[in-house]
Structure formats: C-alpha cells, structure tokens
Design a binder for this molecule. Structure first.
Ligand code: UT7
Length: 325
C-alpha cells in the first residue's frame, strides 16, 4: 500500500499588493521586481485576519475533494512560520475549527520546505498502517513579518494557504519517493531573530524590528538552486525515474529566476514547470500546495502523471517529493 494525495485545496486573502503599490512605499520599481523576481503582485491579509482562517478554508476544500469527513482525519500537520499565536499550535486551532477531533495535531517549522516536510513525515505513517488519513497544510501570513522599509525583502512575500489530504492508494501510485534535509549552519542567511527566548520580545526588540524577516538574498539564491536540483535528482533516482518521466514540476515559488535555474539544471522542459509567482509572490510553506491545487483545478494534473515537487527555505531546509497521480 502506498500513500497518495486524495484531495487538495487553497485559500488567499482578498487584499492585493501590487508592484505599483510598493513603488509608493520603498525605493523600488515594477521593472526591478519583475525582472529580478517575476513577481507582479502578492496577496496581503487585512488587519484582524489570521493564519488559521485561510488554513481552514483550504483544508475544508481538500477534505471535501478527498471525499472524507473531518472526523476521519488521524493527523494534522500545519507547516507555518507565521502561527496564529505561540501556544497552542496552529494545527490544534485548525483541528478545533474543522471538528477533526480524532486527530493528533502539530505544527512543522521548516520555513518554505514545511509542506514537503509534512508530506514526507505523513507518508511512512500511512504506508505502515499507523494512520489512515493525514491533513498536511502550508499556511502563512508572511506580510505580518515583513519590514516595509527593507526593499530587499518586502517585495517578495505574500499570504495564503494550501492543503492536501493524504491517504492510502494502490501500489505504484501516490508518493514514490520523498526526502528532506536541513543545515542549521546557515541560520543568519534567512532569519527573524526576535520574539524567542534568545532574542527576546521587548519594546526595544520590536522598535529595532528584530521580529522581521532578514535575508541575504544573493547567498540564499545560490544554495537554493543547488539544493533543489540535487534533492530532485535524488528522489527521481530513488523512484527509478528520469527527468524525462516528469509530467509536472512544482518548485517552491521563491523567485522565477530560481525556478528557471533549477529547471535548467534538471533539464525539465519549461512547459512542464508550474509557476504562479507573478500573482502570489513567495508564500513560503503554502506555495507548493497552492500550486498543486491550482494545477488540479485547471485540469493540468491527469491520472498517472508524474509530479515532482522541490522546496528550499530558511534553516536552511530543503526537500523533494515525486509522486504518480
Ligand atoms: O523562499 C525562501 C528562499 N528565498 C529565496 O530563495 C530568495 C533568494 N534570493 C532572491 O530571490 C534574490 O537574491 C533577491 C530577489 C532577493 C534579490 O535579487 P538579486 O538579483 O540577488 O539582487 P541583489 O540582492 O544582488 O541586489 C542587486 C541590487 C542592489 O543594488 P546595488 O548594490 O547593486 O546598487 C540592491 O540594493 O538591487 C538592489 N535591490 C533593489 N532595487 C530595487 C534590492 N532589492 C531591490 C528592490 N528594488 N526591491
């Protein structure tokens, strides 16, 4: 018995922040953002909205499409670095809103790789028969942790949530290989030092903006391309597949130039690479499940298609999953 994705869903806030809006906030231009990142707009939650609201909407869609009830779910993994609150986990808050009372629920903090981490963790539990259905979510309100005086980061990030219900599928289908990796030595390349026990959470740290994301974009770029390419090759090899077998490649949407560089290194036909970054920006852990659901909704995913997903994020963390739909 394999584990596979039975249903997907996604949800965005209605608010839109365009490049033209950002031109009025920091010294940037639509031309710079478009050329260097591929982003034209990103979604931005309104004051009073919070992460689990979007996660719940995405999850309800995924549960309905999987044809199960919330009460059937055994495990909820919510990947997020922008939780509703410190305690309890956003996964527990989602559980309560869904009425998934049988489930165990916890958050995964693996930045942009969180959804791939969640799928990789749930996969062997389903295969072993330890659980039947897992709900894996990527949900972020990154705009709450963006410093709108830092043009190097504020143009990149957006809000949204994506979800997938995983469950048993017949042999030869579903997840064929999944790998996750991390390297904590790169902490200061992409981080938010405030708000924890080390950096503290005081009027001073807030005034300094320690809770905002900080990134050495150039450095992250290089490692992201290398790591996503390497892990993609590894999972394809473990699944006994070649790049030519891939029908759809969904990379984490960090930067259109990263997507193109990874596709180029893997020699994946650009027509098989999915990208929605122009409309969404970088939504961290939500990016891959949102893309997957958009592909399902538009009919781009067909039965028997081989789908490759690859992610990279702060930590550093990275991961790859290959599955047969
Ligand atoms: O999702 C998790 C992982 N995240 C990523 O993978 C992100 C990886 N990094 C990137 O996507 C890119 O490095 C960025 C989009 C963040 C930056 O693009 P870049 O081509 O690496 O630009 P850069 O940092 O080398 O900066 C080039 C120039 C600099 O000016 P000078 O020093 O050459 O005069 C920056 O100050 O562009 C300037 N710059 C901007 N100019 C206009 C940086 N941000 C902006 C901006 N508007 N928003």
């Amino acid at each position: 018995m394999n584990a596979g994705i039975l249903g997907t869903g996604h949800s965005y806030p209605e608010g839109i922040l365009t490049n033209a809006d950002l031109e009025k906030i920091v010294e940037t231009s639509d031309d710079w953002i478009t050329t260097r990142t591929g982003i034209k707009q990103r979604r931005k939650a309104a004051p009073g909205e919070y992460t689990s609201q979007f996660a719940v909407r995405a999850s309800q869609e995924a549960i309905e499409r999987a044809g199960i009830d919330a009460g059937d779910i055994d495990l909820i993994l919510c990947a997020t670095v922008t939780p509703d609150q410190i305690l309890p986990s956003t996964a527990c808050l989602i559980q309560a809103q869904l009425g998934a009372h049988k489930a165990a629920a916890m958050d995964i903090v693996a930045a942009c790789s969180g959804f791939v981490y969640g799928v990789t963790i749930a996969n062997p539990m389903i295969r072993a028969g330890q659980i039947k259905y897992a709900l894996v979510i990527g949900a972020e309100l990154l705009t709450r942790y963006v410093d709108y005086t830092d043009r190097a980061t504020c143009v990149l990030f957006g809000d949204g949530a994506g979800a997938a219900v995983l469950g048993p599928v017949e042999d030869g289908r579903g997840i064929l290989a999944a790998r996750i990796r991390s390297d904590g030595r790169y902490e200061e390349q992409l981080f938010a030092p405030g708000g924890g026990t080390k950096g503290g959470f005081t009027a001073e740290t807030i005034a300094r903006g320690d809770h905002f994301f900080k990134m050495k974009g150039n450095e992250v770029f290089k490692v992201a391309v290398r790591s996503m390419s390497d892990i993609s090759k590894q999972v394809l090899c473990e699944a006994g597949l070649k790049t030519e077998d891939v029908n759809l490649f969904i990379p984490h949407q960090a930067n259109q130039r990263i997507t193109e560089a990874v596709a180029n290194m893997l020699k994946v036909d650009p027509a098989l690479v999915y990208s929605n970054i122009a409309q969404t920006g970088n939504t961290s852990s939500a990016s891959i499940p949102i893309c997957l659901d958009e592909c399902v909704e538009s009919g781009r995913v067909k039965k028997d298609d081989v789908i490759l997903m690859a992610s990279f994020g702060g930590g550093f963390t990275w991961g790859g999953v290959v599955m047969r739909w």
